[in-house]
Design a protein around this ligand. Structure first.
Ligand SMILES: *Cc1c(COP(=O)(O)O)cnc(C)c1O
Length: 476
C-alpha cells in the first residue's frame, strides 16, 4: 500500500488494488469518487484484471446488461484467477449470452403486480417500492435486469408521488421495502424526502431497504447517512453478500456504524453456481456474517432471468446446503432458502423434510444427525380456549389472499384453479335420478365458492372493531 499517514481515514483503507495505490486515502474513501471512477469497459478492466477471452468477448458485445464496478469492489477480485467468486458476480463472460429453457424477462411477474409504476404489491400487508434503476455496481444475475442499469429509465417525482399516494390510501400496508436498483445510490436528499414521507403515513409500521451499497461502496455508509436513517425508525436493512471474500474490514466497519445507529441488519444471498454452491462456503459465509452482526435472512434460488443461466444450480443443491446448515450451526446463522415463484407467486420456502410420519397421537421427527424421535401429541388440547383472547386481538383481513391458512381457519373450503368450475361442469345435475326436495341436499355448502373479491384494498383494515366473532362463526 502507498503513502501511510496518521489520519483516522487511513485506518479504514484495507482493500485497494495496486492499480489505485497512488490515489490519496481521502479520495479513495469518498463515495462520490468511487462512483465516478467505476470500471465499465475492456480497456479499464484489463488494466486492473487479467481478462479472459470469454470476458473480453462479452465486454465487447452490444446489448449486454450494464457493467460498472467500483474500484473498491474491483480490488476484491483476484486479477489472475478466472474462477474468483467476486469476479464472476460482476464481470460478464460469453456464457451470459446463452439462452436457456424457461428464461424470462420478468420471471417474477412484478410488472403485473404493480398498481402504479415501480410499486409491487404482491403480499397482503407489504409492498416493494422500486425507487431507482441505478446501482453502485451491477450483479450479472440481476433479477430486474429488464429495468435496472438504464440511466434513461428512472423514476420521476411524479412516480414517487403516485407510489406514496397508493401506500397512503391502502391501510393494509404496514411494511414498505425500498429497492430498485439500489436506494442507497439515490441523492441523499431525495432518499431523505422519500423516507420522511413514508414515515408520516400512520399505518406504515416498518420501513426497510434492500441494498448492496454496503458491499460495493461501504464508504457511502458515513455518519451523515446513519444519522439520516436513524430518524426513521423502526428502519431495517438487508445487505447482499454472496461469498466470504466480500466481508472486508470496510464492510465490517459500515455494518458496525449501521447497527450502532439502531438498524437491524440481515443478508440476502443468491445461490450461484461456481460462487457459493457449497456447504462449506455457505457455512463460512454465514459465520462471517454473524460475526459482523448481520443475520442471514434469505438464500435465494437463482431466478429464471436472461443472462443468468450459467449461475443456476439445481434446487436439490440448495436443499443439500440447508441440510448442511440447520443443526450444524447456530440457528441465527441459518437463512431461509426460497424459490421466488416464476409467474409471480412470491417467495416459497424450501427445506429438507424433518417430519417423517403422523398419527392422531404422535408425530415422528428426525434431526440433522439422523436421530429419529417421536413427539407425543396432547390428548386434551383444546384450541377453543384461545378464542376469547383471540377475539380481542385485531384481525387483519386479506381478501383473496387468505391462502392455505384460510382453509384451516374455515374461511373457505377449497381453492380451485381459475375455470375449474367450468371444466368440471359436465351437466351432472341433469342426470340426477331423483329430483325435488332431495336435490336440496346437493346445494353448495355456502363456503368455499370462489366469488371474485371486488372489495377495494382501501377498505381492508382490521376487523377488530366490527367484532371478530362474526368472522369466526362461519364454520362453527
Ligand atoms: C421479497 C418481497 C417482499 C418482502 O418479502 P419478505 O418475505 O417480507 O421479506 C415484498 N414484496 C415483494 C414483491 C417481494 O418480492
Amino acid at each position: 500500500m502507498g503513502t501511510k499517514d496518521a489520519t483516522p481515514i487511513t485506518e479504514q483503507v484495507h482493500t485497494r488494488a495496486p492499480y489505485w495505490q497512488d490515489v490519496p486515502d481521502e479520495k479513495w474513501m469518498d463515495w462520490r469518487w468511487q462512483m465516478s471512477n467505476r470500471l465499465n469497459n475492456v480497456e479499464e478492466l484489463d488494466a486492473v484484471i487479467r481478462l479472459t477471452d470469454s470476458e473480453k468477448k462479452a465486454l465487447g458485445s452490444s446489448g449486454l446488461f450494464r457493467v460498472d464496478i467500483t474500484p473498491y469492489f474491483a480490488s476484491l477480485i483476484d486479477p489472475d484467477d478466472p474462477h474468483c467468486p467476486v469476479r464472476k458476480q460482476v464481470i460478464p463472460t460469453a456464457r451470459e449470452m446463452v439462452p436457456f429453457q424457461s428464461m424470462m424477462e420478468d420471471s417474477l411477474a412484478e410488472d403485473k403486480h404493480s398498481p402504479v409504476p415501480g410499486l409491487v404489491h404482491r403480499y397482503p400487508d407489504r409492498v416493494l417500492m422500486l425507487v431507482t434503476t441505478q446501482c453502485a455496481s451491477y450483479c450479472r444475475y440481476c433479477t430486474r435486469s429488464r429495468i435496472v442499469g438504464d440511466p434513461t429509465q428512472t423514476f420521476s417525482r411524479k412516480e414517487f408521488d403516485a407510489q406514496i399516494e397508493y401506500i397512503e390510501s391502502t391501510p393494509q400496508i404496514r411494511d414498505v421495502l425500498l429497492s430498485g436498483g439500489d436506494p442507497m445510490v439515490l441523492a441523499p436528499k431525495l432518499l431523505d424526502m422519500i423516507l420522511s414521507r413514508l414515515r408520516a403515513i400512520p399505518h406504515v409500521e416498518i420501513i426497510r431497504i434492500g441494498s448492496r451499497v454496503p458491499v460495493f461502496l461501504p464508504m457511502r455508509v458515513d455518519e451523515a447517512f446513519c444519522e439520516m436513517i436513524s430518524q426513521y425508525h423502526p428502519f431495517w436493512l438487508n445487505i447482499h453478500v454472496n461469498h466470504p471474500n466480500e466481508i472486508t474490514p470496510e464492510l465490517a466497519a459500515a455494518c458496525d456504524r449501521l447497527t450502532r445507529a439502531g438498524v437491524p441488519l440481515g443478508n440476502q444471498s443468491v445461490l450461484l453456481a461456481g460462487v457459493n454452491d457449497s456447504v462449506h462456503i455457505q457455512r463460512q459465509l454465514v459465520h462471517d456474517l454473524v460475526k459482523i452482526r448481520v443475520r442471514p435472512y434469505y438464500l435465494y434460488q437463482c431466478d429464471l432471468v436472461e443472462g443468468s443461466g450459467h449461475f443456476r444450480t439445481s434446487v436439490s443443491r440448495g436443499i443439500e446446503i440447508m441440510e448442511g446448515l440447520r443443526g450444524h450451526t447456530s440457528g441465527y446463522a441459518v437463512p431461509t432458502y426460497v424459490v421466488d415463484a416464476p409467474g409471480g407467486g412470491g417467495k416459497i420456502p424450501v427445506t429438507p423434510n424433518y417430519l417423517l410420519a403422523q398419527s392422531p397421537d404422535k408425530v415422528v421427527l428426525r434431526n440433522f444427525e439422523g436421530f429419529i424421535t417421536t413427539y407425543q401429541e396432547p390428548d386434551d388440547y383444546d384450541p377453543h380456549e384461545i378464542n376469547a383472547l383471540e377475539a380481542k386481538t385485531p384481525r387483519r383481513l386479506e381478501p383473496g389472499q387468505e391462502g392455505i391458512h384460510g382453509l384451516l381457519d374455515g374461511q373457505r373450503m377449497f381453492i380451485e384453479p381459475e375455470g375449474f368450475g367450468n371444466v368440471h361442469a359436465r351437466g351432472g345435475a341433469e342426470h340426477r335420478l331423483r329430483s325435488g326436495s332431495l336435490t336440496q341436499k346437493w346445494q353448495p355448502l355456502g363456503v368455499g365458492a370462489i366469488e371474485h373479491n371486488k372489495q377495494a384494498p382501501a377498505q381492508l383494515d382490521t376487523a377488530a372493531e366490527e367484532g371478530a366473532e362474526g368472522e369466526q362463526d362461519d364454520n362453527d
